[in-house]
Structures are given as structure tokens and as C-alpha cells.
Design a binder for this molecule. Structure first.
Ligand code: G16
Length: 544
């Protein structure tokens, strides 16, 4: 097999963000762009030479072409075996499962997650290490450094691999093994959840559910597991055919974008339970009849009820949440006498805690929850967790969450996103806030007194690595908070995220409307950061 060395030149914008490198498809299609980044992975990850790697993506536009290019690069760089999902498909949690099960030396996942897909939309690539998790900052930094000096890449000249044909094909000395993308993942779910009980719930005739796959990667997973194995009625999975452009939609499972299931769970004919997942299958939204479960509450409810679930019945070792995620999980951890870790945004920060068994469950406000079963957040896992919980407790979603609030208090929560803001203006706003931090403690804003104000920094308790400038926290006495961050996943300008949390211990106030409770905090947050004056935006783009 002939290996060609192709002369290339560095690009100056290949720094991975919160979760890999995300750019417009057209950028990735440009000469040498994808090749440079992948070669930089091979140049910095010595174990891949002679080793095994997993490969797959969320099926968005350009997925298949990119998979073929990566296979040819892998063969030229001496990878012994590439395990690739059939059709080039692997959901992000399934890829993590495959990396762990087959003990590969890591894997490459192609996805821009919840960002739209299509020729003019987004594409992404990330490297996961041998533990199955997103590469930690040390690794992504090394890859980025390499992209700045790269001068050539190696690729074999070959015809395309048949990605639809299960089994092994040979490319020179490299074996390309096309696997069923669902089987290993489904097997893992069977070990964690009481499928028999969930099956009975579906069989009872008293329970109605819909799962919205949003024309993204979880369609085949949800159909096989929820309808196929668990016996839910056909049609339970909606929008289950994956499409390269997600049917023109925005595959982001939140109240703004997953409108179809919001409607199905609203009104007098509302169904009992609905859920959705995102482009690559790692996010989830949980809805009950006329009831939305915030991701932060979902994590807290899971932590409090884990002992009722087959795979976690012997208890959990600890919990972690990203910094902007509400402190609802902290209260559960406290009650159970467990440690609760506060990490920067990005699933990669949970990896060490999971590997060291300091935590079993973790989650983020950005519609992500997961456990030590893989090293990614896992949308369908969260849905199965809730199904198992509903089957065991024989109560509605709303009853379970309200009962939780009665025990632990309620953390009202809202996020305001200002998308595609001028980058310099957004950075200026953050700088302005930083300059005010030291003067804030003790200040009074309406009924709120500032308890602490800082720029969040995290020291990893396992390897001691330090991550600074991870977002601005303003904590008020009584447990409420305002957090400001610039997103690390957008592809246009900057996205300012403002996270608001109001803690309410009084059960009589738990029925209040979130928007009303948040109003004073919204006003404080927008004025303090001078959002309108600095960004020109009087309203956020999305409220979740
Ligand atoms: C990624 C990361 C998450 C993070 C989210 C939002 O999710 O894996 O850990 O919470 O982005 O990040 P940001 O606020 O920086 O946009 P996904 O689902 O996009 O891979």
C-alpha cells in the first residue's frame, strides 16, 4: 500500500474548545484542514501507532467523507486496527463504550453535538483517550501545539472502505473492523437497568411515552432498545431516522428546540413521560406530564434515588457537577454524607474523578448527565434511568421531583444565552466583571447580599492540574447565584451565557413560576454586567 507524504501548512485556528474542534463544514472541507488536525493527533498520541482506535460520528453532513479520510490517515500512520461503527455511525456515549470494551488506545469522534448540520452548518472532531473520555486539557493542548508547526501529513492512496458491510476489511497492514454501532451499548444498558420492570411498565397499558431522536444519531439506538428490547409500542420513538441535516432542525434537546415533545406533554391529553436527545446522543431532556425537569434537578434526583436502580444499588461513591450547574446535587450529597465536586464546564473534567472512583454520577446544566459506565455524558442512559425509576417508584415524574424538593429545597434555575455576540465586546464584558469582583462581597442588590465573587479556578484533586478563568461566580447569602461564562462550543462570534439560580427552602413557594422567581436576579445580572450597553442586546437569544 503506497503511503504519500503531503506537504501542508499550519492553520492558526485549530484550538479545541469545550469539546473538540468545531467549525463550519466548509472549513473542514478546505484543503488539508481535517488532515492536519488528524495528523496532529497521530503525531502526539504515540500509542496509536501499532494500536487500536475507535472511529465514528453522529452521521451529520460530511461524516462519511471524513471517516474515509481518517481511515486512510490511520493506515498511513501505522494504526493496527480501526473499529468503526457501521455507516460511520457511533453516538458519543457508544463510542466511549466501544473504546472501553475493546480496550482501544483511544478514538476519534466526529460531531458538533447539538449544533445544526448540513453543507452550511457545523462539523466537529474530537479525540477521546483510552479511558473512553474526552481528552484532558494536557492532551488537547499538545495536539493544538502540533497543529501550529505541522508541515506534512501521511495518507494512503486507496479506494473507499465499505462502511455498510459488517466485518473486517484490510487496508495494507491495517484492519478496518465495521461493527454494529448499537449492540455493545445495548448490552451495557441491560447490565445497568432492570429491563424486566421497564418492560412491565410499558406492558401495563397505563403508561405513555415518546422519545424524540430529533433526526439525529440516537434514532437507531432508541428504536432498538426502547421499542425493540423493552417493548414500547411502535412509534414511541419519533423523528427516529437520522438525517445529515437533522431534518433542517436544531438537534438540541431543550424547551426551545424540542417543541414536538413539549407539546405532547402539555395540556389535558398530555402523555406521562417524554425525552429527547441531541445530535450525537450525549444530551437529554426529561419531561413529565405538564412538567419539565431541569438537568440540574435531574442529576440531584438521580443521586438521591440511585440505590433503587439495579446498576447502582450498592450506592454511589460521590457526585460531581459543572460549576454553573445548580447546587441541587450538593444538597443530596450532603445528606448522603458524600463528596460533591464542582468542576469547570466540560465533560473532560469528570474523567479523573470517575477513573479514581471518587464519583459515580455527574452532570451539567447543559442537558448532560452520566455515570461511571462510560466516560461521556449519555442521553439514552439518562432516559433509561428515569424509566427504571418510574417503574420502581410507581409515581409520576412530577410527584418524584416535588417530593425531592420537599426534602431538599428547590433550586430554581434559568440560563440566558446571548449568541453570536461581537467577540471583543463579550471579552470586554467579562473583563469588566473581573475588575469589579474584589469590591462585590458584602454589596446589597435588592434582597440579595453578595457572599462571594470570584473567577472560578479548579484544581483537579487527582492530578493536581489547575484550570483558571472558568467563569465568574457571584454567590449570595442564602444559596442563590449568578454565573457568567463565554461558551466554548459556538462557531460564530462569542456566546455569553448567564446562569441564574435561586434557592428556595420553603415548600409553599415551590409552585411559583420560575420566570417570576428569577426576575430580580435577571435584573441584577443584566445590570451588573452592563449587557445591553456592551453587546447591544436587550434580550437573550435563547432562554432555557
Ligand atoms: C459540550 C461539553 C459539555 C458542555 C457543553 C456546553 O457539550 O461536552 O461538557 O457543558 O458543551 O459548553 P459551552 O457552555 O462551552 O458551550 P456537547 O453536548 O456540545 O458536546
Amino acid at each position: 500500500m503506497e503511503i504519500s507524504s503531503i506537504t501542508s501548512h499550519p492553520f492558526d485556528d485549530q484550538k479545541p474548545g469545550t469539546s473538540g474542534l468545531r467549525k463550519k463544514v466548509k472549513v473542514f472541507q478546505g484543503p488539508n484542514y481535517l488532515e492536519n488536525f488528524v495528523q496532529s493527533i497521530f503525531d502526539t498520541q504515540a500509542d496509536l501507532k501499532g494500536g487500536v482506535m475507535a472511529l465514528g460520528g453522529d452521521g451529520r453532513f460530511y461524516n462519511r467523507q471524513a471517516i474515509q479520510i481518517i481511515i486512510r490517515l490511520a493506515a498511513a500512520n501505522g494504526v493496527a486496527r480501526v473499529i468503526v461503527g457501521q455507516g460511520g455511525i457511533l453516538s458519543t456515549p457508544a463510542a466511549s463504550c466501544v473504546i472501553r470494551k475493546y480496550k482501544t488506545n483511544g478514538g476519534i469522534i466526529l460531531s458538533a453535538s447539538h449544533n445544526p448540520g448540513g453543507p452550511d452548518e457545523d462539523f466537529g472532531i474530537k479525540f477521546n483517550t483510552a479511558n473512553g473520555g474526552p481528552a484532558p486539557e494536557g492532551v488537547t493542548e499538545a495536539i493544538f501545539e502540533r497543529t501550529k508547526t505541522i508541515s506534512e501529513y501521511r495518507i494512503v492512496e486507496a479506494t473507499d472502505i465499505d462502511l455498510d458491510q459488517l466485518g473486517i476489511q484490510q487496508l495494507g497492514d491495517t484492519s478496518i473492523e465495521v461493527i454494529d454501532p448499537v449492540a455493545d451499548y445495548a448490552e451495557l444498558m441491560k447490565q445497568l437497568f432492570d429491563f424486566e420492570r421497564i418492560h412491565q411498565l410499558f406492558n401495563s397499558g397505563l403508561f405513555q411515552m415518546r422519545f424524540d431522536a430529533m433526526h439525529a444519531v440516537t434514532g437507531p439506538y432508541a428504536k432498538r432498545i426502547i421499542e425493540g428490547i423493552l417493548g414500547a409500542e411502535p412509534g414511541t420513538v419519533i423523528n427516529g431516522e437520522p438525517k445529515e441535516d437533522f431534518g433542517g432542525g436544531h438537534p438540541d434537546p431543550n424547551l426551545a428546540h424540542a417543541k414536538e415533545i413539549v407539546k405532547l406533554t402539555s395540556g389535558i391529553n398530555a402523555i406521562d413521560f417524554a425525552a429527547a436527545s441531541d445530535g450525537d446522543g450525549d444530551r437529554n431532556m426529561i419531561l413529565g406530564r405538564n412538567f419539565f425537569v431541569t438537568p440540574s434537578d435531574s442529576l440531584a434526583v438521580m443521586a438521591a434515588n440511585a440505590h433503587l436502580i439495579k446498576g447502582y444499588k450498592s450506592g454511589i461513591s460521590g457526585v460531581a457537577r459543572s460549576m454553573p450547574t445548580s447546587q441541587a446535587a450538593d444538597r443530596v450529597a450532603d445528606a448522603l454524607g458524600l463528596e460533591c465536586y464542582e468542576t469547570p464546564t466540560g465533560w473532560k473534567f469528570f474523567g479523573n474523578l470517575l477513573d479514581a472512583r471518587k464519583i459515580t454520577l455527574c452532570g451539567e446544566e447543559s442537558f448532560g448527565t452520566g455515570s461511571d459506565h462510560v466516560r461521556e455524558k449519555d442521553g439514552l442512559w439518562a432516559v433509561l434511568f428515569w424509566l427504571n425509576l418510574l417503574a420502581v417508584r410507581q409515581e409520576s415524574v412530577e410527584q418524584i421531583v416535588r417530593d425531592h424538593w420537599r426534602k431538599f429545597g428547590r433550586n430554581f434555575y434559568t440560563r440566558y444565552d446571548y449568541e453570536a455576540v461581537d467577540k471583543a465586546a463579550a471579552e470586554g464584558l467579562m473583563e469588566h466583571l473581573r475588575s469589579r469582583l474584589s469590591a462585590l462581597p458584602g454589596s446589597q442588590f435588592g434582597n440579595y447580599t453578595v457572599d462571594y465573587a470570584d473567577d472560578f479556578a479548579y484544581t483537579d484533586p487527582v492530578d493536581g492540574s489547575i484550570s483558571k478563568n472558568q467563569g465568574i461566580r457571584i454567590g449570595f447569602s442564602g444559596g442563590s447565584r449568578i454565573v457568567y461564562r463565554l461558551s466554548g462550543t459556538g462557531t460564530v462570534g462569542a456566546t455569553l451565557r448567564v446562569y441564574l439560580e435561586a434557592y428556595e427552602p420553603d415548600p409553599d413557594k415551590h409552585t411559583l413560576e420560575t420566570a417570576k422567581v428569577m426576575q430580580p436576579l435577571v435584573q441584577i445580572a443584566t445590570e451588573l454586567a452592563e449587557i445591553e450597553a456592551r453587546t447591544g442586546r436587550s434580550e437573550p437569544t435563547v432562554i432555557t
